[in-house]
Write a protein that binds this ligand. Sequence first.
Ligand code: FMN
Length: 338
Amino acid sequence: MSATQPDRTTVLSAIELATRAPSVHNTQPWRWQLGDHTVHLYADWDRQVRATDPDGRDLVVSCGAALHHLRVALRASGWHTTVHRVPNPAYPAHLASIEVRRHAPTDDDVLLSGTILRRRSDRRPLSSWPVPSSHIDRMIAAAAKAGALLVPVSDPVTRAKLIAAIAEAARQQESDRDYALEIASWSGRGPFAIDGVLAASSPAKASTHSRIPMRTFPGGTLPAYLGDDGADEATVLLALATAGDDTISQLRAGEAASAALLAATELGLATCPLSQALEVADTRQAVATDVLEDAAMPQLLIRVGWAPTTASRLPSSPRRPLADVVSELGSDERNGHH
Ligand SMILES: Cc1cc2nc3c(=O)[nH]c(=O)nc-3n(C[C@H](O)[C@H](O)[C@H](O)COP(=O)(O)O)c2cc1C
């Protein structure tokens, strides 16, 4: 490692941790290019799940989460990052270029990086143990630092409207043939998968105990756990929002989602991103109006709470090999494409 630039192994290990970021249906819709002094992040539009995510918001949010994961991983290995978001407006697929400079990592930097491998999207019913408001405040502060507003939906009337919007979006999606085919093709994956959602990470059937609808991934084998009485009330729903709705706003929302999810993981909480209500135009509008009073644009919902003490540890979800997502800038330039 030189004094001014990390060596290739350090950068590749950081990218490997970045690819542990959550992504819609575990599509991992990103590509990385290594320059001499810069890492570039691109959206891989070939991996857009069009029936689920017609606007491509989930795709950019997923890339934003990977960008934040990369920054956390580099920080822990002694590199502070400066990010230029969408550096060339004429080429919006180039989401970010990341420059680094040396810094001394703190204990907190190292601990946060360690949470990357512990985080899981947990879709099971949660326990009735209440989440302390100080924990929610930590998530809100982490999201704010990363550039987005995280709004807990605690008022019962607003919360009921939000739950109704999620249920309505799920109903509309499930009655759409293209959605049904698409979700089936990304679900029920076995142990040799490199992407998609594992059967072992998805509940075998939707919980009838909880009123908070979770996206159904067909073919799930996760044992049904009934949940405690009062678990619904203890489960916290949050809306992540940005003032704008352009690519940079969506990217920042993804970065903030990562920040909030890692903060929650560090506190031992179980998290799951929920995006159905924002994938359908009219339910997204309902969330904007009912939850955010039309003052900001909703980009992602997050469910958080305590996993029951009896819950088994979820398997780690699969990832594509690094060779599939990383290229060297030089060779790609010679080939004449990005
Ligand atoms: C933008 C975005 C939207 C997502 N939407 C949902 C959702 O609606 N329901 C769900 O169960 N998981 C959702 N997820 C979680 C992904 O399915 C999950 O990140 C992926 O399968 C990888 O698993 P992991 O998070 O456990 O690593 C979403 C993730 C992202 C980044």
